[in-house]
Write a protein that binds this ligand. Structure first.
Ligand code: UD1
Length: 418
């Protein structure tokens, strides 16, 4: 296993290019299963998670090749309908193959997912939605077995809370269903919009993109499509916060500032200078970070996937900050590690109360999930001395060439074998 060594307390300067969004690429890749043929997806990040879903597609019989950031996937040869535990256990988003397989083949067997240990993270919405559409589901030996007798039927589906992959799975199942499906309280994350665009390019009939009410008129058949993955808003946000915590100034290119409404507003309130253009963001930290409060919410609220990183910024602010997590019940695992670096944080229920200090101190820390790992990198960049982060395979699930990008910003960082 690799560890990351960071010599911190160096201001960041420079320009980096943001990669395509992991959380958009995964459903786009899964959507190629909906119809046989050659599909092309541009701007796909080369990450552990995208490799996992490609390995999963391969195990189903699909063939793919990568040229630069473009993927070509042939789903004509799909002949196996079982997503095995070995592939699904490492990545929760593997459940995204369930909707398209059931829609195209009328049958699927998918292992129950694993992934980040950040809460119970059930898939009941996915399963209830498919059942409402007429699929017969049973759970057996850790697998979901799904069958459709004749065809999936349109249905009215309401989510108690907006689920991102739940919305994506039901969307993919509904495009080929007979009749109209309405998804109420649908997730409005930009990654869902990216999938809607791909499905429409494939011939689907969908109204309500970017709203919480999606109306899908089932069509008889679809065709392969050529689409582009949106930029990664969480990667963008992580580097913005890193400059805030370490100081300096940077320009992030190939990103979409419109996808980060809550973060840019909060960073300005924290005293950072943020200048947005159509596809780039400039960030600088002119003075001490001001303390602010945040609460994670579904999009367009503050993303839970940036909570840990923002908390690091608050550890070096000038006052008290309250950070409330409302999406996942167990998402403060970075707190114990940040405390090892000198941070003053107290947890009270689903809130963390952070008292800003002058500077963090380098320490040996351990990453426990993807975004927690990113927060430890941000902390290491800001801290005085050397920080050693173990188990960085989590980072490799979601950040393309993080070491290269940080070095381009002047950070002293390298990987070592543990
Ligand atoms: C996706 C993102 C993840 C992000 C999360 C919230 C991907 C691949 N992952 O995860 O990075 O942190 O959205 O923005 O896109 N829930 C249920 N039952 C379900 C499904 C969800 O109760 O069947 C609950 C969850 O426990 C959670 C909330 O709904 O409290 C939102 O979760 P959800 O949006 O489904 O997260 P993911 O799609 O797994």
């Amino acid at each position: 296993m690799d560890k990351l060594i960071i010599e911190g307390a160096r201001k960041l300067h420079g320009e980096i290019r943001i990669s395509g969004a992991k959380n958009a690429a995964l459903p786009l890749i899964a959507a190629t299963l909906l119809t046989p043929g050659w599909h092309v997806i541009h701007n796909v990040p080369d990450l552990r998670d995208t490799r996992t879903i490609l390995a999963l597609l391969e195990s189903l019989g699909a063939v793919w090749k990568r040229k630069g950031d473009a993927l070509t996937i042939n789903t004509e040869t799909v002949n196996n309908l079982e997503a095995s535990y070995d592939l699904v256990k490492t990545m929760r988003a593997s459940i995204l193959v369930l909707g398209p397989l059931v829609a195209r083949m009328g049958k699927a067997r998918v292992s129950l997912p694993g992934g980040c240990a950040i809460g119970a993270r059930p898939i009941d919405f996915h399963l209830q939605g498919l059942t409402k559409m007429g699929a017969r589901l049973d759970l057996e030996d850790g697998y979901v077995n799904a069958f459709v007798d004749n065809y999936l039927s349109g249905a009215h589906i309401y989510f108690d809370v907006p689920s991102v992959t739940g919305t994506e799975n039901i969307l993919m199942a509904s495009v080929l269903a007979k009749g109209i499906t309405v998804i109420k309280n649908a997730a409005r994350e930009p990654e869902v919009g990216n999938l809607v665009d791909m499905l429409i390019a494939m011939g689907a009939d969908i109204e309500g993109k970017d709203t919480d009410r999606l109306i899908i008129h089932g069509v008889k058949s679809l065709k392969p499509a050529e689409v582009t993955t949106i930029p990664d808003r969480i990667e963008t946000g992580t580097y913005l916060v890193a400059v805030g915590a370490a100081g300096g100034e940077a320009t992030l290119t190939n990103c979409n500032p419109n996808h980060l409404p809550a973060l840019t507003e909060k960073l300005r309130a924290a005293g950072l200078i943020i200048k947005e253009s159509e596809s780039s963001i400039f960030v600088s930290r002119p003075s001490k970070v001001q303390s602010i409060d945040i609460k994670t919410l579904p999009y367009p609220g503050f993303p839970t996937d940036l909570q840990a990183q923002l908390m690091v910024l608050m550890t070096v602010s000038n006052g008290l900050s309250v950070i409330t997590e409302t999406i996942f019940e167990n998402r403060f695992m970075h707190v114990a590690e940040l405390k090892r670096m000198g941070a003053e944080i107290r947890i009270n229920g689903n809130s963390a109360i952070v008292k800003g200090i002058k500077q963090l101190k380098g320490a040996q820390v351990m990453a426990t999930d993807l975004r927690a790992s990113a927060s430890l990198v941000v902390a290491g960049l800001a801290a005085k001395g050397v920080t050693e982060i173990s188990r960085i395979y989590h980072l490799e699930r979601g950040y393309e060439d993080m070491v290269g990008k940080l070095r381009a910003l002047g950070a002293r960082v390298h990987k070592e074998k543990e």
